[in-house]
Every structure is written in C-alpha cells, then in structure tokens.
Design a protein around this ligand. Structure first.
Ligand code: IMP
Length: 543
C-alpha cells in the first residue's frame, strides 16, 4: 500500500495570521484524514467562521472539527490543560460538532496543572504571556524532576496513578508558596500583605489577588484537574499509542500538521525572552507531531497583510512603537485589559483616526477597522506594516512552499491615510545604528534599535468581491509580485475577506515563472528594486 504524506501549515509573523482558515480551506480538498497539532497549548486562538457566519475559536483542539470524517490529533509536543479541554472547550463546541471518536490526545503530552497556571500569572507579565501555564509546563517538561519529585507530569502518569499525581502537584504548589515566603494559610497571607505594605486594590498587586484566589481552592482545583483527565479518558479522547499517527500515514492516510503561534515568537528564533515556549518552525512537526520526516510533502506558510503582535517584545514597523506597546498592554486596577474592542469603539472614530498623521492613531484606526483583538485574551493587538525582511527570513528558515497572505483586502484602508500619502508602506531594509544590515538581528536588544527602511506601494480600492486573479486590480497583482520577488517564494493565495470562499488563488505556473525572474532580479544589489520601479512610488528611510 502507498503510504500517505504530511503537509504543514505554519504562521510566519507573531501568531494570529489566520492559519485556521487556511487549514479549513485545505481540508475542503478532501485530501486529508487527520489534522494534527504539534506545539503549544491553549495559548493558541484559531478562529473559524462557521456556515451561519458565526465564529468558533479553537484553543487546543485542532482546526479539523468542521469535517465529520477528519480526526483531530494533539501530538506529544503540545502541552494540555485537561480542565480547559474537558470542561470548557469540548462542551463549548456548537451542537453540530460531535467529537466522539474524532479527537485524540497523545497521553505523552505534558499536562498543564493549576500550579503552572498560577506560576504563569505570577511571572509572565514581562513577556505578556497568555497566563495559561504554557511556559511553566514546558519548563517542567525539560526539568523532568525536582529532587525526587516528578515535574514532567504527562497525561499518562495521571492515568496510571492519579493519587500520586495529586500529591506531586500539591507538593509543587507548596514549594511555590515557600519560594514566595507565603505561609500556607489565609490569615497569615493577609498578615504578610499588611506587614509588607501591600494593598490588594493596588494594580501592581493583582498577582497577589490571584494567589489569594488560588490559595483558597488549590486542593479543589487539583481534584478538578484529575477529574478532567478521567473525563477525557472516559470519553475516548486519550491516545496511548505514540505510533498512532504513523500507523495512519503508513496505510495511506494524509495528515495536515497545524502549527500554533508563529515563527516570530519561536522559542529559539524569536526575540528571547519575548517568545512562546515551543518551537514553531515546520520541522518541529516531525518531533511534536509524532510522525517521521520521511512522510513530508509541503509547507504552507501564512502571513497577514495587517501585521499584528500581542504581548511584549520588539516589533519592527509597529505603528506607534513603544507607545503602542504600552497602550496595548495596559490593564485596569482589576487586571482587566484597559482597551478592549468595546472600549476603543466608544472612544474613537476610526475613519477620522485613519486620516491622522500620528502613527499611534494610525495603528489604532487599522486595528479597529480590521478587528485585530486577541482571540484568547481579548487584548488589542499591536499593529505594524508588512515587514518583508522578517517575512523573508521566516519563509527561508521554515521552508515555505506555498505562501498565503491573509487580509490583503484590508490594505485598502491605507488609501485614506495622510501619513503615507494613501500608499502602502512595506519594510524592505533594516538599519541598525544608521548602518544598513542585510539580516534580521537575533536579540531583542538589537531589534528594538532597528530602523525600518520602507518602500511605498500603490494602494487599491475594495477587492472583497474579487474571486479570480484576472479580476484583481493591477496594484494588487503588483503587491503580490513584489512580495514574491522579495522573498523568492510563490504566493498561492490571498485573503480578500474573512469567509472561507473569500480568497483569490494564484495559478502555479504563472508564479513559477515569476519566482525565476525574481531570483535573477534580486541577485544584484538594488537590481530588483530598480526593475520594479513602476510599482514602487518612492523608497525612503524613516530616519
Ligand atoms: P505564552 O505562549 O502564553 O507563554 O506567551 C508568550 C508570548 O507569546 C506572549 O507574547 C503571547 O502573547 C504570545 N502568544 C502565545 N500564543 C499566541 C498566539 O496563539 N497568537 C499570538 N501570540 C501568542
């Protein structure tokens, strides 16, 4: 029998590129029997638009849920919060989605315990983590033990001896209390706060309130956690065989590996420490996804025309720079997001802001007009321009065969912007301390100091009704070709709206020719840019 193959979808920016939609579209072909996740946990927020136009946001469960004949597999490279999956995500599925026999979670997955979540909330502020315990769970996976106490608690370990797991997690909790010098009772905790002049209502002490909350019911939470694992087992969602996926592919089934997060926040290639804690590059699919690389076929990369980032860290080309970073991270005294979508809606008129010459305001306007708010946390996403330097680097490191650019229709908003004279700004070079550099720096320190050099491309009007390349305005085709030439990667499709059918696909043959031409043009310094003069209206440096 002919074995099947594996394709991989990965994000190329900072997450939230619209990968789930590309997964969904790829599944329509009927080529795949399994969708597998290989990294991350419920820090991901994969949004699918259902047939009735409503939204479904998936966090741990892979994006194959809408297809009845597809099995959704969570590979051992993921970390799993059993409480979230069993008691929130699965029960929260629309009635039309029945996961019976269609969700398999490797029991080799490291479990995210209530203690990991607590620890993440206490320590994740600098990075701006999602607070879902992802980093602490991966830390414990690498740590394995603490003295003679197991730290890497996998789902399999809990099923084998749940009482031992309970004791181990409680011991971990007590260790944290010791570490924080917090005595294990509420009266003494309040005394501690009093003694140290800490006020619960003080915004900077939000974490203390969280400890307080957790403190009250940690025993209860651990019990709930064990119950959730048992619930997943009872419902047949746990897969103990590490060869399960291999066996499927060996008998001819094809698998689509769905990456979570993205290259820009990869634990190695991202700007440490402002990264997630797993490897997001395509090759990790063959570690965390429980399959051998011999079945590999293609990588599909997804980038977004309105680039966004959540959490802290350098973001070259961000509208409003550090001001925007601070604004988007702001929280109120209760620890809630200060500028969620509803608040911005009440505060600003995006059409007016769009005309502003203030970059922070331009970012706010673009966010509002394009709905860029965190699917997991509700945070306003930081907004930036298309960065071809970073994209090229991401494409080449992760080995993209087909590139998808989502939200290209949203570039039309630049038409009303004064700052860029109604044109689309695109980063084509970096300068570090005024010297041009030909690579993306590796440290956050250097990245925060990079000055982008931008090219402006002609913008275009509404393209949301367009479905074929022939009907695209020449400016859109020029934009696509510019990206292809710069990155030497074929654009396979662009998003012109949020729906599954709101895409324009580019025929392969035409693109192959384009890429060859591109390679020749960009081989000489500035050669490509000179040849592309008809599309570039101006090239200038921001400094
Ligand atoms: P963590 O993954 O929760 O530890 O968060 C680390 C960083 O990655 C933070 O800046 C998060 O906002 C970011 N992050 C994690 N998951 C996603 C995602 O799915 N999309 C976008 N950013 C993410």
């Amino acid at each position: 029998m002919q074995p099947g193959y594996a394709d991989i979808i990965v994000g190329l920016d900072y997450g939230d590129e619209g990968k789930a939609r590309i997964t969904d579209i790829k599944l329509e072909s009927g080529n795949y029997s399994v969708v597998a996740r290989f990294n991350g946990g419920n820090n991901a927020g994969h949004t699918l638009i259902l047939a009735d136009g409503s939204k479904l946001v998936l966090h741990s469960v892979p994006s194959g849920v809408l297809y009845k004949n597809i099995i959704n597999y969570i590979g051992s490279g993921c970390v799993v919060d059993p409480v979230f999956v069993a008691f929130t995500e699965i029960p929260g599925m629309p009635k039309s989605i029945d996961l019976t026999g269609r969700l398999k979670i490797s029991t080799l997955c490291t479990a995210i315990t209530p203690v990991h979540i607590l620890w993440d909330r206490l320590t994740g502020a600098l990075i701006g983590t999602t607070g879902r315990g992802i980093g602490p769970a991966y830390t414990d996976k690498a740590r394995r033990t603490d003295g003679d106490v197991l730290r890497n608690i996998r789902l399999a370990d809990i099923l084998i001896d749940s009482e031992q797991a309970r004791k181990t997690i409680l011991a971990h909790y007590n260790k944290i209390l010791q570490l924080l010098h917090f005595p294990n009772n509420l009266v003494m905790l309040s005394a501690y706060c009093l003694k140290n002049g800490l006020k619960f209502e003080n915004a900077s002490q939000v974490e203390l309130v969280q400890i307080f909350d957790h403190h009250q019911d940690m025993q209860e939470q651990i019990k709930n956690f064990i119950d959730a694992c048992k619930d997943l087992k009872r419902n047949g969602f746990l897969e103990p065989d590490p060869l399960w996926l291999t066996k499927q592919v060996e008998v001819g089934q094809n698998v689509l590996m769905e990456g979570a997060q993205a290259y820009g926040i990869d634990v190695t290639y991202g700007a440490v420490p402002y990264t997630t804690s797993s490897s997001t590059v395509a090759s990790n699919a063959y570690v965390g996804g429980d399959l051998s690389a011999k079945f590999h076929r293609k990588v599909f990369g997804v980038t977004k025309a309105i680039c966004s980032r959540v959490g802290a860290g350098p973001f070259v080309g961000e509208f409003g720079g550090s001001e925007s970073e601070t604004y988007c991270a702001a929280k109120d005294e209760k620890g809630q997001v200060l500028y969620p979508q509803t608040k911005e809606k009440a505060m600003y008129n995006p059409d007016e802001l769009m005309k502003s010459e203030n970059v922070l305001e331009l970012g706010i306007a673009l966010r509002m007009k394009t709905g860029e708010y965190g699917a997991t946390t509700g945070r306003p996403r930081r907004i930036g321009m298309v960065d071809l330097m970073r994209l090229k680097s991401a494409i080449h490191r992760t080995g993209v065969d087909e590139l998808y650019i989502t939200k290209v229709d949203c570039l039309t908003h630049y038409q009303s912007n004064a700052l860029f004279d109604g044109q689309i700004p695109v980063i084509t070079k970096y300068k570090s301390y005024k010297v041009e550099i030909d690579h993306v720096p590796v440290t956050a320190h250097e990245l925060y100091r990079v000055t982008p050099v931008i090219s402006r491309l002609a913008s275009f009007g509404d393209i949301s009704h367009v479905r074929s390349v022939a009907d695209l305005p020449s400016e859109v085709r020029a934009f696509v070709q510019f990206v292809e030439q710069f990155t030497s990667c074929q654009v396979a499709g662009i998003g012109v709206g949020p729906g599954r059918d709101e895409m324009v696909y580019f025929p392969e043959i035409q693109n192959q020719a384009t890429i060859k031409l591109a390679t020749a043009l960009t081989a000489e310094p500035f050669g490509g840019i000179m040849e592309l003069r008809s599309w570039i209206l101006e090239v200038f440096s921001l400094i």
